[in-house]
Design a protein around this ligand. Structure first.
Ligand SMILES: Cc1cc2nc3c(=O)[nH]c(=O)nc-3n(C[C@H](O)[C@H](O)[C@H](O)COP(=O)(O)OP(=O)(O)OC[C@H]3O[C@@H](n4cnc5c(N)ncnc54)[C@H](O)[C@@H]3O)c2cc1C
Length: 445
């Protein structure tokens, strides 16, 4: 019988594992469990939200890159580690159990939602493709409604946008959407671009602290030169339909709270009964789970030792690590099946790139601080190189050219007619089951 390998998650890490396994184990039965039929290139999500890229341009089709892997459209809700079975809730709503000889867990992370009154109900995320598309519709709708309103308070509220979280995702989202809304306001006869107010609220005392003080300051200067309010050392304390309240006591009238204050590992891994580190599954340097040599984990969901730093740290949750861990995990799955020794994952960080929209960016390739036009060129070139799939690369590049010639696409797609698109509706974090519940659910099948 051929070996059964179940991979959970079709993102940077999971899709990479399946691709490499197809080459290494031509006879294996490989199943990839994923609710989506694409690999999402998350660094481009802010550009989807800002209308610079259509949603399908930011993804790589899973069926395009994978030939022999069976795609299981659903979500793993739990694992019976002793019986070696994964419980899967299909996108049609029925449950099935998948038996495995080797399990690879790569479910990534979800938006970290804190216990702040009103956040879950009124916050909007930018972590999934659907959220980015909903966010774009919502922001455009605010300007359109403000344009027709005769109530000055409502006009000001709808033209104010608050982004909480001054890390990479929050900065890119605010920077790109601010350019789109300011340009769009010029096209509305009853709006003035000066009415459009963007706020970035960051609890830390600098933007994107991982990039160092200088690039954080450069970023703040770019944002403030465009009129964005940057509030450092401040956090969100409450939100409702028409306002946010901040830790310095201010209450800002707004209809848009965008929440980008970090990610937490997929709740799947904390339901396994295994050791976790800040919610990430503890794995060894070969990405296998201690005491469970048939289980591997990688990407945002795994706390893999960062051997390149030599200081006992774990790899940060970045696409850079997830992509490079994938071939190592696949090779170690194959080695463990063949009874060969596994190898360790080691990668020296290449740095980060941050697109601030237009011709602005900051980047830190190989530890060198870059900003302005050079950083913008490096950022665009890096994304095109990192996408690797020729069809997606071409879609992204051609949309950038279109955007430079004609501006962002600023039409709503009609998503908001049936749903609100708020944080509470995405990511299904309440679906997961512990070991006993999984066993009972599988027994009922
Ligand atoms: C806006 C934004 C910008 C970013 N920019 C950068 C950047 O510039 N550079 C960088 O290095 N990193 C960046 N990151 C971080 C990077 O995207 C992540 O580190 C990377 O996606 C992690 O890869 P992964 O495979 O672990 O998870 P993901 O890529 O998130 O993939 C997880 C997959 O698992 C699926 N899944 C989830 N739960 C289940 C389940 N229960 N069952 C089955 N499937 C499941 C998901 O649908 C998804 O397909 C950014 C993140 C965001 C949000």
């Amino acid at each position: 019988m051929s070996e059964r390998i179940v991979v959970v998650g079709g993102g940077f890490s999971g899709s990479g594992v399946a691709r490499r396994l197809e080459k290494l184990l031509p006879d294996a039965d490989i199943r990839l469990v994923c609710p989506d039929d694409f690999m999402l290139y998350l660094p481009l999500l802010p550009q989807v939200a800002a209308g610079l890229l259509p949603a399908p341009a930011a993804v790589v089709s899973l069926s395009h890159g994978l030939r022999r892997t069976v795609l299981v459209p659903g979500r793993a809700t739990g694992v019976d580690l002793d019986a070696r079975r994964v419980l899967v809730r299909s996108i049609t709503g029925h449950d099935e159990a998948l038996a495995y000889d080797r399990l690879v867990l790569a479910p990534g992370s979800v938006t970290k939602v804190m216990d702040i009154p009103g956040l879950r109900e009124y916050g909007r995320g930018c972590k999934t493709l659907a959220e980015a598309a909903y966010l774009r519709d919502h922001v455009l709708a605010q300007l359109e409604v403000a344009n027709t309103s005769d109530d000055p308070e409502e006009r000001a509220r709808r033209c104010r946008f608050v982004v909480v979280g001054g890390g990479y995702a929050g900065v890119e989202t605010a920077a790109n959407l601010q350019l789109m809304t300011t340009a769009l306001a010029r096209r509305f006869p009853r709006l003035d671009p000066a009415m459009v107010q963007w706020h970035v609220v960051q609890h830390h005392d600098g933007l994107m602290p991982g990039l160092g003080e200088r690039l954080g300051e450069d970023t703040r200067r770019v944002l403030e030169s465009r009129g964005v309010h940057v509030d450092l050392g401040i956090s969100l304390t409450a939100a409702d339909d028409e306002s946010v309240t901040l830790s310095d006591g201010r209450r800002l009238a707004t209809s848009t709270l965008i929440w980008t204050a970090g990610v937490s590992p997929s709740p799947l891994v904390s339901h396994l009964g295994l050791d976790t580190d800040h919610g990430r599954l503890v794995v060894g340097a070969d990405l296998s789970v201690p005491g469970r040599p048939e289980v591997f984990a990688l990407g945002d969901a795994a706390a893999a030792p960062d051997l390149a730093t030599g200081n006992g740290a774990v790899c940060p949750p970045t696409a850079q690590h997830a992509t490079r861990q994938a071939p190592v995990a696949a090779e170690n799955v194959a080695a463990s099946l063949a009874g060969r020794p596994t190898r360790e994952y080691r990668h020296r960080d290449l740095g980060m790139v941050v697109d601030l929209g237009g011709s602005d960016a900051v980047a830190k390739p190989f530890g060198i601080d870059l900003s302005g036009g050079v950083a913008a060129a490096v950022t665009k070139a890096y994304h095109l190189w990192a996408i690797r799939a020729p069809a997606t690369m071409t879609r992204v590049a051609s949309n950038w050219v279109l955007g430079a010639l004609h501006g962002a696409s600023a039409v709503r797609l009609g998503f908001l007619t049936g749903a609100s698109g708020r944080l509470a509706e995405f990511e299904h974090t309440d679906d997961y089951l512990g070991p006993t519940q999984v066993r009972e659910a599988i027994a009922r099948l």
